[in-house]
Design a protein around this ligand. Structure first.
Ligand code: AHR
Length: 515
């Protein structure tokens, strides 16, 4: 079966009506693609600002309602999001984290300086046990990022032994003495983070040697072997992918099953002045969409190298940090990376997720940065108050895509938006057959002014129903005072005269089930 939809592109902007050439959207239901791994919906949580302390962990004695120290409101919201995977403890923090500082009685743990993120003291109340328990509460898989930058192979190997050994070893018994009898399953493990930068300012060749060195000693029980991840490149960089695939052999315990890649959306593209989270100029709506869509080139160029050097598709390409990065909120510690989250972030999330679906064959994990109170967060907190962001709502709307089978979507003659010498498509789409057997279509309209009218004229379609996220203002957002200012609304449309017409409002995200 083939669903053919036509974005008739009757663009309705407030009182004006202008006609564009028609856009054809073809969903190839007869040519299913790869399964969209649920871990594409993974989350990143680092010891950074109020991401963990306050955002997740408040301690058992806190006035903020909590279960064993984890705040109840946040846990409930995350459970509803069906978070499949958690990455911890960093980020840049990972390469300065010594796991022994975070085990044993909490009041006796070391106090360390978080030199990367604000220079604050971390009293290590949240360590391995707390992280693992949190993941269990959410039913999420775990991704531990090891310390290559300032740790030794012995320290890294000992951490894995502490977590995974069921033996009578001193480390396994130490874990038991600290309250955890059974070993934990460690699903994913990375050797360092951003080793080209905060993880050690290395060349890819030097890192490849270190990866082999460390991985040689990372031995875990046969039934508890994590997927091993090497730290790769970022943005347009491809030489890390090439060097790692050429230089890391599959011998001994040296397994390299995935290469990580990072890319952040900065409205200005400039690390000095990123651009504001709210009250931004209209030009930065467009530039944010354009910067986001660059992701496709980075993915394609890295995958081309992987297809050449790993034709059997054994190694995954994990975008394990992505999202918006704006100027820090005024008055906040700039090292805490706290930012508001608006309708524009919702569009960025949808554009990225649609791309990840498209390249699901290689991309089997991604982690948005970060889950709570940091960068493009799902959730913001202010002491006892909590608010869900537009990005949270998009992740929730997209739940049917977790473990769904992707369906190729072709957009022909979609309206194009132009600013200066740059252009972007007005419509982004992805489709999949979900585990419930239904076909889902995700749509995003990047045009800040115009409605896109999409006509699905496949004979047997009777209706499309789901949710829509949109607002009048480009920077519409939720606040602690108005937590429901921007929430999804139900959307339903029935076929008329054999045709199904979806009106996709300006600056909107929609997910519908097609019947
Ligand atoms: O997510 C914030 C930081 O961005 C991470 O610690 C680092 O890996 C990246 O540069």
């Amino acid at each position: 079966m083939k669903f053919v939809s036509t974005a008739a592109a009757i663009a309705v902007a407030l009182a004006t009506v202008s006609v564009h050439s028609a856009t054809t959207v073809t969903i190839e239901t007869n040519a299913p693609g790869a399964v969209i791994h649920r871990n594409i919906y993974g989350q990143f949580m680092e010891h950074l600002g109020r991401g963990i302390y306050e955002g997740i962990w408040v301690g058992e004695d806190s006035d903020i309602p909590n279960t064993k120290g984890y705040r109840k409101d946040v846990v409930k919201a995350l459970k509803e999001l069906q978070v499949p995977l958690l990455r911890w403890p960093g980020g840049c923090f990972a390469d300065e984290y010594h796991w022994q500082d975070g085990i044993g009685p909490r009041d006796k743990r070391k106090k360390t300086v978080n030199t990367t993120w604000g220079g604050v003291i971390d009293d290590n109340r949240f360590g391995t046990h707390e992280f693992m328990e949190f993941a269990e509460m959410l039913g999420a898989e775990v991704y531990i990022n090891g310390n290559l930058g300032t740790g030794t192979p012995q320290e890294m190997a000992a951490w894995l032994e502490y977590m995974t050994s069921d033996s009578d070893s001193t480390l396994a018994n130490l874990r038991r003495a600290n309250g955890r009898k059974q070993p934990w399953k460690v699903d994913y493990f990375a050797v360092g983070n951003e080793s080209w930068g905060c993880g050690g300012t290395m060349r890819p060749e030097y890192y490849a040697d270190l990866y082999k060195h460390y991985a040689t000693f990372l031995k875990t029980p046969a039934d508890n072997q994590p997927v091993m991840i090497a730290s790769g490149g970022h943005t347009e960089i491809t030489d890390w992918t090439r060097t790692l695939l050429e230089q890391v052999p599959d011998v001994w315990s040296v397994r390299m099953q995935a290469i990580s890649h990072h890319y952040y959306t900065l409205p200005t593209g400039d690390w000095e002045t990123h651009g504001k989270a709210l009250n931004f100029p209209a030009s930065e709506w467009f530039s944010t969409m354009w910067q986001t869509l660059r992701m496709e080139t980075f993915i394609k160029e890295n995958i081309a190298i992987m297809d050449e050097l790993d034709p059997d598709n054994k190694v995954g390409f994990y975008v394990d940090e992505w999202g918006t990065w704006f100027d820090a909120e005024e008055g906040d510690n700039p090292g805490f990376l706290y930012q508001q989250n608006s309708l524009r972030d919702a569009l960025v999330a949808a554009l990225n997720l649609n791309l990840f679906h498209k390249y699901a064959r290689r991309i089997q994990m991604t982690n948005i940065a970060q889950m709570v109170n940091v960068l493009q967060a799902m959730i913001l907190t202010d002491k006892e108050k909590m608010v869900l962001t537009p990005t949270y709502h998009v992740f929730k709307m997209y739940i049917p895509f977790q473990d769904a089978t992707s369906l190729p979507v072709e957009l022909k003659d979609a309206p194009v938006l132009t600013q200066g010498d740059k252009s972007i498509p007005a419509i982004s789409a992805s489709a999949a057959i979900a585990k419930d057997g239904n076909t889902y279509l995700a749509l995003a309209n990047t045009d800040p002014d115009k409605v896109q009218e999409i006509v699905l004229d496949a004979g047997k379609l009777r209706s499309a129903s789901g949710e829509l996220l949109t607002a009048d203002a480009m920077d519409a957002h939720n606040t602690f005072a108005k937590p429901n200012a921007l929430v999804p609304t139900p959307y339903k449309v029935k076929a008329k005269d054999g045709r199904l017409t979806i009106k996709l409002p300006a600056k909107s995200v929609m997910v519908v089930r097609l019947k």
